[in-house]
Write a protein that binds this ligand. Sequence first.
Ligand code: OAD
Length: 256
Amino acid sequence: MTDRDRARSLLRDAARVVVLTGAGVSAESGVPTFRGAGGLWKSFRAEELATPEAFARDPRLVWEWYQWRRELVAECAPNAAHHALARWAASRDGVAIVTQNVDGLHAAAARAVERRDGVDPARAEPIELHGSLAATRCTRCDWREPVGQRVDATSRETLPRCPACGALARPGVVWFGEALDERTIRAAFAAGESAGVCLVVGTSGVVQPAASLAGVTRRSGDAVIEVNPDETPITAIATVSLRGPAGEIVPGLVAP
Ligand code: OAD
């Protein structure tokens, strides 16, 4: 039996599957990854752009970078891996898609799934661990807008403000040094604990707590399948490692 066949049968037979994705699943859509050749963290410094301290120091610069990323992602569409995962999750029970990505492409693929007998696009809605690039939220109160207006970052005065309390608004993403939303992390780890298989696609597996999701499934004696062109720290605990791009490998794993 080939590794692909083994992965296919593990996925087919599991009552519950958690899918953990990272930037690599969107690479073939044209969204840059963070690490590795051409990664965002090669040309930009995370501590200057993706921390609460950076935003407190220079909100204009941070908003300019996020507005640039919003525009970049607006030009991108879900690829074969996003679509295959969405169709699969929508057409059977027990699949939870958990993503570290803020590009909204899993959600876009879920919206593209056609509703018919036994297919429920809502089942393909991803759990977005790190929030969403499209969202804007308040730095002070609970106000949040799922799809924010275009941000004019030419000066501090033009930056968006919270309509509820007047404080500065910020991107609706999780930054380094910040806690993840508690309900979101609980839902993700509940899915990881109950899963018979964790399918890990396109993540370097170095950012916590997301990276430990695969370990949670593995510790309960269940299988981990990794799809990535390169080896990662998750490879060591993987039951099956499939080397190659997500768009080529994932559709074959989950197609009926
Ligand atoms: P990384 O950029 O760290 O890792 C991307 C992974 O995708 C690498 O392991 C690549 O080998 C792999 N890859 C590249 N092309 C691929 C392809 N076509 N198919 C499959 N895999 C491919 O991205 P993440 O692991 O998502 O957090 O990074 C985790 C977090 O660190 C991000 O959510 C972000 C970042 O800083 C925050 O901003 C809080």
